[in-house]
Design a protein around this ligand. Structure first.
Ligand code: GDP
Length: 323
């Protein structure tokens, strides 16, 4: 792949160059990896900063509908919007659920928007790295808002929370008066809970769900990164485009407060540190699995443990000392 002119083209906002660069960072090939790192290095100094918004919700709550309506509202205000997806399950389903071409059709035709489906990758570590680098590329390309979407499966929310400035949890109206099976950990990550489908017959149920979650959120310990009143729950209707400007105003208020108090910058620094450590961890794991001296030592020590010549602890200590 010729990557020589990619950096200036991305910096000028060229969406095709951006798409090619994301393909490059997704590649597993060693030469592509080197090009990707060089490109990210070249673009690191643009000083551009997008608002990174994470969005999670189980299938069917209306994530794509919401992203389309919300995205179009933002582009309508003159903002450039990028949409990325973290979908570690895509390799199992044989194709990305979040990559379905029919999703977000209007937004994908909008010249102010850029939508990138999730790649098929077998492990969350790979998806996380690719998404993090795609975020950096979108930021360098001058996008104002980057939406990072994930389905509510396992660890993917934690990954998204480490990539975003603001985390939204999208819920559907609950049938009964019980809180839906939202894990406490995920609720604690949310800055704003949006109860979607607050329209038509579903509106009363949606309003009850909002009240239930508002109550549950009040019981959580107040986080230092939150002003009074956050995290909060609010109703929206992605289909009827209701509540979206209100939700956006709340997001801006929260972000404004966090910028003023230094929490915004601090969170980003902590995230950088987290990703540095994570990269090192992943790198060490790949050193152990690649053919080479480390794997040979590992296998030699493993045999010694099997024979009973070494205890597992002693062998592990030797292995770590050899690295
Ligand atoms: P996703 O799986 O989370 O991406 O959900 P979709 O956006 O594909 O929506 C799932 C279903 O919910 C679709 O049939 C949508 O038409 C419907 N839906 C999405 N948003 C709304 C809404 O605001 N109100 C109502 N009544 N239905 C909605």
């Amino acid at each position: 792949m010729d990557t020589a002119d990619l950096a200036p083209r991305i910096a000028s906002g060229d969406r095709r160059a951006l798409a090619r660069a994301i393909t490059l960072v997704e590649s597993q090939r060693a030469d592509h990896r080197a090009q990707a790192l060089a490109l990210l290095g070249q673009l690191a100094g643009t000083g551009r900063e997008a608002l990174r918004i994470g969005l999670s919700g189980t299938p069917g709550v209306g994530k794509s509908t919401f992203i389309e309506s919300f995205g179009l509202m933002l582009t309508g205000q003159g903002l450039r919007v990028a949409v990325l997806a973290v979908d570690p399950s895509s390799s199992r389903s044989g194709g990305s659920i979040l990559g379905d071409k029919t999703r977000m059709e209007r937004l994908s035709r909008d010249p102010m928007a850029f939508i990138r489906p999730s790649p098929s990758q077998s492990h969350l570590g790979g998806v996380a790295r690719r998404t993090r680098e795609a975020v950096a590329l979108c930021e360098a390309a001058g996008f104002d808002v980057i939406l990072i979407e994930t389905v509510g499966v396992g660890q993917s929310e934690t990954v998204v929370a480490q990539l975003c400035d603001l985390f939204l949890l999208l819920l559907a109206p609950a049938g009964g008066d019980e809180l839906q099976g939202v894990k406490r950990g995920i609720m604690e990550m949310a800055d704003i809970i949006l109860v979607n489908k607050a329209d038509g017959d579903l509106r009363p149920a949606a309003m009850r769900t909002v009240a239930d979650y508002a109550g549950a959120l009040r019981l959580l310990r107040r986080r230092p990164q939150d002003p009074e009143g956050f995290p909060k729950a609010m109703p929206v209707s992605a289909i009827e485009e209701q509540g979206l400007t209100h939700a956006w105003a709340e997001m801006q208020a929260l972000v404004g407060w966090r910028r003023e108090t230094g929490h915004f910058a601090r969170r980003r620094s902590e995230q950088s540190r987290h990703w540095f450590e994570e990269e090192v961890r992943q790198g060490l794991l790949s050193v152990l699995s690649r053919p080479g001296p480390a794997r040979e030592t590992m296998s030699r020590l493993g045999e010694a443990v099997t024979r009973g010549d070494l205890t597992p602890e002693a062998a592990a200590a030797r292995m770590l000392a050899s690295l």
